[in-house]
Structure formats: structure tokens, C-alpha cells
Write a protein that binds this ligand. Structure first.
Ligand code: GLA
Ligand code: ZN
Length: 678
């Protein structure tokens, strides 16, 4: 089913803030003319408009929005109408200071900025519900309404008395008794035995579970807040709801937020700096694949930038075809639309020079506008692809709680710093990229998802094991699955307590992998270590650098495929494989560069009959496939600055360029094509 009911098109448009232009004659007329010209069909409106709707408490004015909604209807545009909780009116902050957040130090923050209200405050919720209900009632049956854009980029936390009290309730719910809490908090440590629930301090960095629990709690708060907003809408409207996520933002477990969404929406702001193209493309592919995987259906790239966001270190202009490639990358990985922040540049304040479709010149003459319009026209040509599926046989696991657990574990730090969090996501990206480079469909899931539909599961640095996961991983392998795990996996349980009985994971995974991970060696900068991999033939190479860290492993039944080259543990296992039931479990103890991982995964895919979606691609050309009604659609993208020729296995239709039959395509630098197999 399409994202917007009875609107089976790719969505194209962006954040539209007409309330910044209500007093400038002609601008809004121009906007709608230009929107048609740019082939835009969907807009997010009202994200920060609370103070326009309700300039004084209890006094409402929706006339300007009535006009905009009516214009949208006339011009055939669909609207994602926002609930305006992202920015509170000044009167609300003034009159009800309890709606302002309290920071970690216990200081009440002043009103101002955005996305900074208290999650618990009853006044906040009461006042918000009033304006949401007014909006919902007024526009629920408006023909331009496509769905609800709930709030904006939920983020952050509040430490006020009300929120702290909720946290205590969360702990009571989770642990039942103080005795149990003291047990799982290992509170005999430094004499931290708690004699009252209120003593648990989420900012006490000596207690590894307190912070993890606070992050869990904070996610629950946001989920509860979003549900509250959705309920206010639901009294009047059953249009689909979403909220815009921010990729792999660490502060919220997005899988929990996904449960409240009817479809997933995400904001993506990559930079395409020299020498980083593949890395960037892989990262965003991973984020897109995760958003597709969350619901197993197309998502919406809600925000992106047709130019460059003003806060990036190098605000360079877009190179030809780079913008189009970025948009098509999202579609290739399951988006059913790409939208921009924002439609028109405002004249004032901290986003006044942020890229937008319409610039301060106000015309259709800019490169940005023309690229958007050209893309929009082509998007209409490939509209039949909307609502098509991706069918991955390989999944990469990434858990938010694992990030939190590792980040709140002292140790394993590079240069002794607390940078574990960064390392984990970097490791996940690295493994994902090493698979992605082979142009195979990939899923990105969490460890509580169903594994049974995949042939290969990759769990890089899955530090924390949630309840039942180890058993499910074992079953997956016994039933014929291929499992790959890496260093720093399965060190702690969901209470951030180390496993007794040796890593990985105490008994269960130690048996599954047939190894014992005795210790981890973290390198000084000058350390030289290598992985000698004799297990398989890998392009004639068998020695690869090991970087940053490696684990000191003992084989306990596993076959040793690779060993370390240097130091006192030279010759000891670095990479192992254990047969278990009908499947195999691989353990990679060495952190390596992508050069090894790409070859390793290439071989693993081949051994398991997983082929690239198109064969014979030049190494800098990547392809992805979507499927629908028996047809296959290929997105083929040149990640290099040189033209590349791709020979196709059979004749296809080039939908993007409108050529009915091609058996080879030449992609210009950064070029893309969208093909249909006949
Ligand atoms: C976020 C916000 C937008 C805007 C953009 C700028 O994604 O949701 O309102 O501030 O960043 O890049
Ligand atoms: Zn609060």
C-alpha cells in the first residue's frame, strides 16, 4: 500500500514554511507556481507553527492554514500536517515554566530554541492536546491531508522533578523490589547499596546500569509522548502518522519509536566529500535499509538537502548528478519518496543560508531548482516502482541498547577515552559496507527481530545480549543459518553485567562458536599486528593488517581459519568457524580494515549462493533491486568521478532516460540509471 492512501506515486516535495511569508505579497503565489514546475507533490507544513495558530493562550487563528491547504488541494499537493510540539510559543514557556526542560545539573533551561520541552509536564500535554485537537478536527477530512508529521526530530531528555519521579516508577516497574534492583545494579560496588528508589542517579557514571536504564526510560518517555500526540489526532483522523527520525542518533532507540509510526520517516544530510563517496553511500544505504526493515515496507526520506546544510564543515556546492544520485540511493534502498528541507530559504536566523529548493533570488533559474525540477520530472517516469519490495537474504544486526551498554562500560577505549560508542557504529558501518560493496540486498535489523527469513546474519560488536537472543542465534545456526560475530560481542547481559563462564556470552555462545575469548588486546598506536588468513583463497592474498584491537581466543572445537601474525600470541586463532547443526558460526576476533572484510564477505556470499543483483559490475558501480508484480527494477549508480560502462545480462528498459531497450549503459561521473527487466 502506498504511504498516502490512494496516492500511488513517489512523493516529492519538502518542508514548507509559508507562515514565514504571510506578510510578503506574491511569495505564496510564486511558491505554488514553482512547486508545479518542480514536479513536487507533497509538503510538510506547520512543524513550528504553534505560535501562529495560537498567538495568545486560547486564541486561535487557522485562516492562513485554511488558505494554504486549499491551494494544496487545487494544485494536487498532499500535506503532512505537523503537530506543533517541536517549538512552543513564548507565552507557554513564560506562563508555564515547568514546560521548559531541566538539564543534567538540575538547572531549568530558559524558553527558546526548539525540541526542548519536558516530556512529563501535564500542562505541556494539556495545552498541546488543545491545539492538536483543533488541527485534527479542522483538517481531518481535508482532501489535501496525506498524513500527520508528529512533532519534529524528537531528541534529548529532561531531568525535572516530574521526570525524575517517572524514572523512579520505571525502575519500580522493571525491578519490582529494591532488593532486586540492588542485585542487578551490583550495588555492593563502592558501597552503593540503595535504601530508596529515589537514590538511583542517572548521572552517576560509576554505576553502569543507571545510565542505560535512564536511556531506556527516556525512549519510553518519548514513546509515551508520541502516543499522547497520536491519541489527540485519533479522535478525529485515521490518516497515517509518522515522526522524522535522525538516522542512527544514539539518544533514542528508534525501533521503539517505529512501533508508534504507521510508516517510517527519516532525515538524511550526507556530505559527499572527496574520497569518501563509497563510504558515505554505504552509510546512508545502511540507514535506509534499516528504515525499510523496521516495517518491511517502503519508508519516506522526509528531509534531505538539495544544496548543502549550512552547518557542515565544508559547504561546497553540489557537483553535477550528485544530488540525483543521493535521491536515487534512497529509492534504491526502499524509500517511496524524497523530500527536502526546505522548500524556500527564509531570510532570517540560523538557517537563512541552509540549502533549499527556492533561494533568495526567488526564481527557477538556479542550478538547485533546475536539478530538483529535472529529478521531479524523471521521478514521475519511474512512478510504477513506488510500493515495490526489497528481498534481502542477509541481515546486519544493530541494537541501540548495545551501544548504550558499551558506552557505559569503562574500558576498551581508544587512547583511554570514552569513545566506544563511536567505535561500535563505525564497526557496524564497516561490516555493512563490506557486504554492500557486493551489491546484494541487505536488511538492517535489531536482535529481537525474526531471523528465520535470512541465510546470513552478521552481528558486529553486539556487546549486550538481550534475553533469549543467544538461544535464538543458536537455533538460527542449527537450522542452517550462517552467523558472523565479531570482537566485543556478547560481553554483558541486559543488566550490563558481565557473563560468568567466559566470553562470548558465557556457556551458550561459547558452545555455538566453539571458542573461548579469554581477553582483548587494545593496541598502542605503533602496534603492528596481522591476520594470516589461510582458510580460503582470497584473491591471492593471505595477510591483512589488524587495527585497533584483537581478541585472544582459544579454539574449543572450532576450525581455525585465520591466526595472528605477531607478538606472543602469534599463531593463535583470530578467525574461527564452528559447524553446529546444519549451519556455521564464524567468529572474527581481529578488527581489520575493509580490504579483508570485503574479500571475506565476497567469499561467504558466493559459498552461500547469494549473488549480486547484477553481475559483472565495474567495482565503483553499485546496484540495488526492487521488485513488484513480477517485474524487477535496478538502480545502478556510479560512485566514481569517471564514466563507467555496465554490460547488462539481458536487454532492459532504461526508465530513467526513457530508452525502451538497452543491453549496456554508460553512466557519466556520479551518474545513475533506473532499469526495468523485461
Ligand atoms: C533538521 C530539522 C529541520 C532543519 C534541518 C536543517 O532535520 O528537522 O527543521 O532544521 O535539520 O538541516
Ligand atoms: Zn521534565
Amino acid at each position: 500500500m502506498s504511504i498516502i492512501k490512494d496516492f500511488p506515486h513517489f512523493l516529492h516535495g519538502g518542508d514548507y514554511n509559508p507562515d514565514q511569508w504571510l506578510k510578503t505579497p506574491g511569495i505564496i503565489d510564486d511558491d505554488f507556481r514553482l512547486m508545479d514546475e518542480a514536479h513536487c507533490n507533497a509538503f510538510s507544513i506547520g512543524i513550528f507553527s504553534w505560535s501562529q495558530y495560537e498567538p495568545e493562550e486560547g486564541k486561535f487563528d487557522f485562516t492562513w492554514l485554511d488558505d494554504i491547504m486549499e491551494r494544496c488541494r487545487v494544485h494536487g499537493k498532499k500535506v503532512f500536517l505537523a503537530t506543533p510540539s517541536g517549538a512552543r510559543p513564548a507565552w507557554l514557556g513564560d506562563k508555564y515554566p515547568e514546560t521548559n526542560r531541566v538539564n543534567e545539573k538540575g538547572e531549568r533551561m530558559p524558553w527558546g530554541g526548539r525540541e526542548n520541552h519536558c516530556w512529563t509536564s501535564p500542562v505541556m500535554r494539556e495545552k498541546l492536546a488543545v491545539v492538536i485537537r483543533r488541527l485534527a478536527e479542522r483538517y481531518a477530512s481535508h482532501p489535501a491531508l496525506g498524513g500527520w508529521h508528529v512533532s519534529n526530530e524528537y531528541n534529548g531528555a529532561c531531568y525535572c522533578g516530574l521526570c525524575r519521579k517517572e524514572f523512579v516508577d520505571f525502575l519500580k516497574q522493571r525491578y519490582g523490589s529494591l532488593e532486586r534492583l540492588n542485585e542487578v545494579y551490583w550495588s555492593a560496588f563502592w558501597g552503593h547499596r540503595y535504601s530508596a528508589w529515589e537514590q538511583v542517579d542517572p548521572n552517576d557514571r560509576s554505576m553502569d546500569l543507571a545510565r542505560v536504564d535512564f536511556l531506556r526510560f527516556n525512549t519510553q518517555q518519548v514513546v509515551d509522548f508520541m502516543r499522547f500526540e497520536v491519541e489527540a489526532l485519533r479522535d478525529f483522523s485515521d490518516a497515517p502518522v509518522t515522526t522524522n527520525m535522525m538516522g542512527v542518533y544514539e539518544g533514542l532507540d528508534y525501533w521503539r519509536i517505529a512501533d508508534v509510526c504507521d510508516f517510517i520517516a527519516d532525515d538524511c544530510y550526507p556530505t559527499w566529500y572527496k574520497g569518501e563517496t563509497e563510504r558515505t553511500a554505504a552509510r546512508y544505504s545502511m540507514i535506509h535499509d534499516m528504515h525499510y526493515s523496521m516495517k518491511g515496507k517502503p519508508f519516506l526520506m522526509m528531509e534531505s538537502c538539495p544544496g548543502i546544510p549550512n552547518y557542515k564543515p565544508y559547504c561546497k556546492m553540489r557537483r553535477p548528478r550528485e544530488f540525483e544520485r543521493e535521491m536515487l540511493l534512497a529509492l534504491a534502498h526502499g524509500a517511496d519518496g524524497t523530500m527536502y528541507f526546505q522548500w524556500r530559504k527564509g531570510r532570517g536566523n540560523c538557517e537563512k543560508i541552509h540549502g533549499a529548493v527556492v533561494g533568495h533570488d526567488g526564481t527557477d533559474k538556479t542550478l538547485m531548482f533546475q536539478r530538483v525540477a529535472d529529478y521531479g520530472a524523471r521521478l514521475e517516469r519511474i512512478g510504477e516502482i513506488a510500493d515495490s519490495m526489497i528481498r534481502p537474504e542477509v541481515a546486519v544486526i544493530h541494537d541501540w541498547e548495545s551501544v548504550w551498554a558499551l558506552h557505559n562500560t569503562k574500558g576498551f577505549g581508544e587512547r583511554g577515552g570514552d569513545v566506544q560508542e563511536q567505535q561500535m557504529i563505525e564497526t557496524v558501518f564497516k561490516h555493512y559496507q563490506s557486504l554492500w560493496t557486493h551489491s546484494v540486498p541487505l536488511a538492517v535489523i535489531e536482535s529481537t527481530c525474526d531471523f528465520s527469513r535470512y541465510k546470513i546474519l552478521v552481528a558486529p560488536m553486539l556487546f549486550m545480549m538481550k534475553p533469549g537472543v543467544m538461544e535464538r542465534l543458536s537455533r538460527f545456526v542449527e537450522d542452517g543459518g550462517i552467523l558472523v560475530m565479531t570482537f566485543l560481542s556478547a560481553y554483558v547481559d541486559d543488566n550490563n553485567l558481565c557473563f560468568s563462564g567466559g566470553n562470548p556470552g558465557g556457556g551458550e555462545l561459547r558452545r555455538l562458536f566453539g571458542i573461548w575469548n579469554e581477553d582483548i588486546d587494545l593496541f598502542e598506536p605503533e602496534t603492528e599486528q596481522t591476520l594470516r588468513f589461510d582458510g580460503w583463497q582470497l584473491s591471492g592474498r593471505n595477510e591483512f593488517p589488524v587495527v585497533r584491537r584483537c581478541e585472544y581466543l582459544h579454539a574449543e572445537g572450532a576450525e581455525v581459519l585465520g591466526v595472528y601474525g605477531n607478538d606472543f600470541y602469534a599463531g593463535s586463532p583470530a578467525l574461527t568457524m564452528n559447524r553446529c547443526g546444519r549451519g556455521k558460526a564464524y567468529y572474527i576476533g581481529a578488527d581489520t580494515n575493509p580490504d579483508f572484510l570485503e574479500l571475506f564477505y565476497g567469499k561467504l556470499l558466493e559459498q552461500n549462493g547469494i549473488e549480486p543483483v547484477l553481475s559483472g559490475l565495474p567495482s565503483t558501480v553499485k546496484a540495488a533491486r526492487r521488485e513488484k508484480d513480477g517485474a524487477a527494477y535496478y538502480f545502478v549508480q556510479n560512485m566514481s568521478d569517471e564514466p563507467q560502462t555496465v554490460r547488462l545480462p539481458y536487454e532492459m528498459e532504461d526508465l530513467w532516460n526513457g530508452i525502451s531497450s538497452v543491453d549496456a549503459i554508460t553512466l557519466p561521473p556520479c551518474g545513475s540509471a533506473v532499469l526495468k527487466s523485461k
